[in-house]
Design a protein around this ligand. Structure first.
Ligand code: DSN
Length: 414
């Protein structure tokens, strides 16, 4: 039965959200628009199947085709990222990271990660998350002046605290990390080194952001950001990781199931397999390259218009803007931009003295608008609108119409 005949309320809400996405610009850097080929498996009958366990070793019958789906997904991920082993079952990024903790650490162990307030992620040791509650988390950050990764502090803290596990990766850092340098430091203290590439996985796959694979033991990622897949997570073990700990992949499998999860979402796993196929094409490489070109163009134009970019610019898909010279909070800017049809998110800037609810910054990115086919020319337009509405909020009506017109010219992918 069709949803609209069965449940009009849910059908209506989906229609409204679809319309919102079509008529506005999605510029939250962790969002994207996946293809209908990726979406199709999500609503397939694969959603009905229980498959606790792993291919060839399930705790339920009837998994002959499901095993093939999962193996296909694993093989595609191994090939795309150049790793030895992949677990494709984590429901998303936080469960993937939780499984890494479970596989490598005991509660109370010392771990190290980039502070949330400096651009890190909740699961890298933030006090409000399980990672900061159950582990002794040490945080590193960026220089106060340049907002660039503080490698000296990283080394000093690693040597002082000798963490069992070190996280690399970020949610709001717009520069390239020197994976090799960080890998050497982690090796010198004997820590497991994990790169959480959730934000840049698509850029790594597309060859426009360096891959951490040669320098780390484990790589985790979500699949729905720059990688442009369905919501999901992957845990990958590198050659280096297996050399350090030959049981690492077994430990990770056990941590995901039965440690943390029950039945895997095989409909999502099939959709991830489709996304990985798409991400291995030359067209995807072009897309990834355009994402970065667009972020640079947007950042440069905003800088010209007097906006202060944290770290002075970007090498990836996101920019973080320090709004203090514009006399507007991140919250007010987010709301104002939303009123003209530009969806972004407020964000703390490094060393922010304002509260995380009303921080001094705003974060925006180009993955979704690049999927719609926009290029540098459109980035200039968007930067102009952002500047205009922040300096002259009374122009909301005119600008929101212009944003709508642009959206019509660049429809969502089929
Ligand atoms: N919450 C995600 C983001 O928006 O960056 C990270 O997981």
């Amino acid at each position: 039965m069709k949803l609209k005949n069965n449940d009009q309320k849910v059908a209506k809400l989906i229609e409204l959200e679809t319309n919102r996405q079509k008529t506005t610009l999605q510029m939250i850097p962790s969002e994207n628009h996946c293809s209908s080929a990726v979406r199709e498996p999500l609503s397939s009958l694969l959603t009905d199947k229980y498959a606790e366990g792993y291919p060839g070793k399930r705790y339920y019958g009837g998994n002959q085709f499901i095993d093939e789906v999962e193996n296909l997904c694993i093989e595609r991920a191994k090939k795309l990222f150049g790793v030895e082993y992949v677990n494709v079952q984590p429901h998303s990024g936080s469960p993937a990271n939780a499984a890494v903790y479970m596989a490598t650490c005991d509660p109370g162990d010392t771990i190290m990660g980039m502070a949330l307030s400096m651009g890190g992620h909740l699961t890298h040791g933030a006090k409000v998350s399980f990672s900061g509650k159950f582990f002794n988390a040490v945080s590193y950050g960026v220089y106060e002046k340049t907002h660039l990764m503080n490698y000296e502090e990283f080394e000093k803290l690693a040597k002082e605290h000798k963490p069992k596990l070190i996280w690399l990766g970020f949610s709001a850092y717009s520069r390239i990390l020197d994976w090799k340098r960080l890998g050497k430091i982690a090796d010198s203290v004997g820590a497991y080194l994990v790169a959480d590439i959730a934000h840049v996985a698509g850029l790594v796959a597309g060859g426009v952001y360096p891959s951490p694979v040669p320098y780390v033991d484990i790589v985790t990622t979500t699949t729905h950001k720059t990688l442009r897949g369905p919501r999901g997570g992957l845990i990958m073990v590198t050659k280096k990781g297996l050399k350090k700990d030959p049981d690492l992949s077994k430990k990770i499998d056990k941590a995901v199931f039965p440690g943390l999860q029950g039945g895997p979402h095989e409909n999502s796993i099939a959709a991830i397999a489709v996304c990985l196929k798409e991400a291995s094409t030359p067209a995807f490489g072009k897309y990834a390259s355009q994402v970065v070109k667009n972020a640079k163009a947007l950042g440069e134009e905003l800088s010209k218009l007097g906006f202060n970019l944290v770290s002075g610019g970007t090498d990836n898909h996101l920019i973080l803007i320090d709004l203090r010279n514009k006399n507007i909070t991140g919250l007010d800017a987010q709301n104002l931009l939303e009123s003209i049809g530009i969806s972004t998110n407020r964000n703390s800037i490094p060393y922010d003295t304002a509260s995380p609810f009303k921080p001094s910054g705003i974060r925006m990115g180009t993955p979704a608008i690049t999927t719609r086919g926009m290029k540098e020319k459109e980035m200039k337009k968007i930067a102009g609108w952002i500047n205009e509405v922040i300096s002259k909020p009374y122009l909301v009506k005119r600008i929101s119409q212009e944003v709508k017109n642009l959206c019509k010219k660049f429809p969502l992918p089929k």
